[in-house]
Design a protein around this ligand. Sequence first.
Ligand code: FAD
Length: 561
Amino acid sequence: MVNERGRDGPQGGKGPVTIFGPDFPFPFDDWIAHPAGLGSIPAERHGEEVAVVGAGISGLVAAYELMKLGVKPVVYEASQMGGRLRSQAFEGAEGVVAELGGMRFPVSSTCFYHYVDMLGLQTRPFPNPLTEAAGSTVIDLEGVTHYAHTVYDLPPLFAQVADAWELALQEVRFADIQSAIRARDVGTLKSLWNDLVPRWDDRTFYDFVASSKAFSSLSFRHREVFGHVGFGTGGWDSDYPNSMLEIFRVVMTNCDQDQHLVVGGAEQVPRGLWRCCPSRLAYWPAGTSLASLHGGAPKAGVARIARDGDGRIAVTDAWGDTRGYAAVLATCQGWLLTTQIECEESLFSQKIWMALDRTRYMQSSKTFVMVDRPFWKDKDPRTGRDVMSMTLTDRLTRGTYLFEAGPGQPGVICLTYSWMSDALKMLPEPVDRRVRLALSALHKIYPDVDIASHIISDPITVSWEADRHFLGAFKGALPGHYRYNQRMYAHFMQDGLPPEQQGIFIAGDDVSWTPAWVEGAVQTSLNAVWGIMHHLGGRTHPDNPGPGDVFADLAPIALPD
Ligand SMILES: Cc1cc2nc3c(=O)[nH]c(=O)nc-3n(C[C@H](O)[C@H](O)[C@H](O)COP(=O)(O)OP(=O)(O)OC[C@H]3O[C@@H](n4cnc5c(N)ncnc54)[C@H](O)[C@@H]3O)c2cc1C
């Protein structure tokens, strides 16, 4: 089956909206697709070991690209390969999975899809609320239930909310920014975006909604409904306290629309990179993969990182094995550098430590069950409607998603996907009780449907904040956090750093401008690849400059301290 992505096609001679900037508008997708490759390192450094802490997507993209340059990545993983792209199979049903981390990937994530397509993975539209892929949607707020296929089936208040959001965004020149992204017009994009950064860094998403002209002429109820149904995927009120800059980035780069799932599970992407034998690679013989370089498995988790006597960086794993490296890339969440890993303080400046430690994580919980068949497509004989639908509600479950695995296959229900306070309500509960709580909330919406009678196999649940290898689901920057993000993001440019701070790199969701979206983890990992290549004395091909080559011109705006 062909992947039919890219509904947001070119417009007016311009390209599609992609995650291009807005903070650092570098064409990462063109850089990785260019026939000249990412660059080269001096032959005498071929085979040199570089440590990569974490086998999530950012660690494995970096390891894969570094291997192609002739480096020997040594990957360490404390928990499961794939990190927050975790697809857990239901017992006895191979290929039928619960997506515990990332599950819906906007088509604007062009670097992520570069690797998805390279690995030959199949994708299809994600069953988001009010989309064709969902079929039908139920919105249940304050005990009133609406059944809809599109927004036009809902009462007029919902269309008013959608219109108000569009108008509110126009107050910050949303259309002009998207047009600059489509055209990859760096000058216009930077001038429009750099104007918003100092004005909105201090303000929350809720502030934006409440103070916009569009919403302030409407009722509180409109804001409340927006928080639950919102744009794209719904449930955005969990982000109301977040920095508005983060929400701008989501909507301006179309993160919240036209999303696909990876058939069989997103974890196939990091695992595929681990096994993939690139057709073109420096130094290593054909048939080399990350798996073959590691004898099949990554090294154990990292317990300590410190400068050794030779000026190299010593990495000690959980079993006490210490190796020295010219460069180390840390892709685990930043808080782990002060909790799980004993990291020598002088490796980072105090400004970077401040940024790492102030990083704010959002909580998230998901609970899945496998069911005998996609029974939700049965019709209610009284109404002719689907007996159950993709559901957004103000009840405990917040979002319920329905997945078909294919003809004759069992179905999967994500009974509840929630964030922040809704996720904390589930935190102390074991999986069976989480299922019962979710079923009880859904029973109030679907009193005639006996969901429990369809459940087969054991349920699966996750609370990322309860896992010591994560401590949270993803970053969600608060007002005033722009400077921290800017410091972490720019850290791969190390020429100006004192020698004792050079050689250790950071990448991943924490460093990204678009946390909670995998594309940012991939793009920051590509920055680190450039940084490590440069650190090892390498350079890019003149036809294909990399992020560090153009950083001085494109760098995210710095705000005064
Ligand atoms: C609930 C949830 C929903 C999401 N939904 C979406 C979505 O729908 N769409 C989207 O695009 N993105 C989504 N994301 C975001 C996306 O999953 C992440 O941005 C991305 O997977 C992060 O990758 P990473 O490599 O930066 O970090 P990680 O995947 O966390 O990788 C870091 C790795 O480091 C390992 N580690 C920790 N400590 C150590 C140690 N001491 N030694 C060695 N290794 C260590 C961890 O085990 C982990 O494997 C979601 C994330 C979550 C949690």
